[in-house]
Design a protein around this ligand. Structure first.
Ligand SMILES: [Zn+2]
Length: 151
């Protein structure tokens, strides 16, 4: 699975986003250590607070299927009327959830700016600009499971 392939799966997931209020659609594709991929989209709610982000949807799907070891997650997002997506980084809550399961030093966060998302079937590598970060880079000094374990 290349990073580009993972981004394409995140773009597919974005198509499923339920965003009648914000119109900001996000897709994520979570790559597990064994190669399994879980896709997620954001799911909004009329009550606003119950809204769930794409990254957490992907993680919760994975955990509920028994997958807790991850290599990388690709994230794409932007307003639903855009032809070109800007970089869309995980929110603070999602960074915290990713920190529960991913090794901060090695878990890769792939953020993609994507052109021509109105024609996903013809997306090429030239349409995608990827920024790779580690979880530690986007959540420095994070609080995680290690804080609760006594060695
Ligand atoms: Zn989030």
């Amino acid at each position: 699975m290349t990073d580009f392939e993972l981004v394409k799966l995140a773009l597919e997931a974005r198509e499923m986003a339920y965003t009648p209020y914000s119109h900001h659609k996000v897709g994520a594709a979570l790559l597990c250590k064994d190669g399994t991929v879980f896709k997620g989209c954001n799911v909004e709610n009329a009550g606003y607070t119950p809204t769930n982000c794409a990254e957490r949807t992907a993680v919760f799907k994975a955990v509920s299927e028994g997958y807790k070891e991850y290599e990388a997650i690709a994230v794409v997002g932007g307003m639903d009327n855009l032809k070109d997506l800007p970089l869309c980084a995980p929110c603070g809550v999602c960074r915290q959830v990713l920190n529960e399961f991913g090794d901060p030093d090695t878990f890769r966060i792939i953020l993609a700016e994507v052109k021509n998302v109105d024609d996903l079937s013809n997306i090429t590598q030239d349409d995608v600009k990827m920024t790779n970060k580690t979880l530690k880079e986007i959540l420095p000094l994070g609080f995680g499971p290690k804080n609760l374990y006594i060695e």
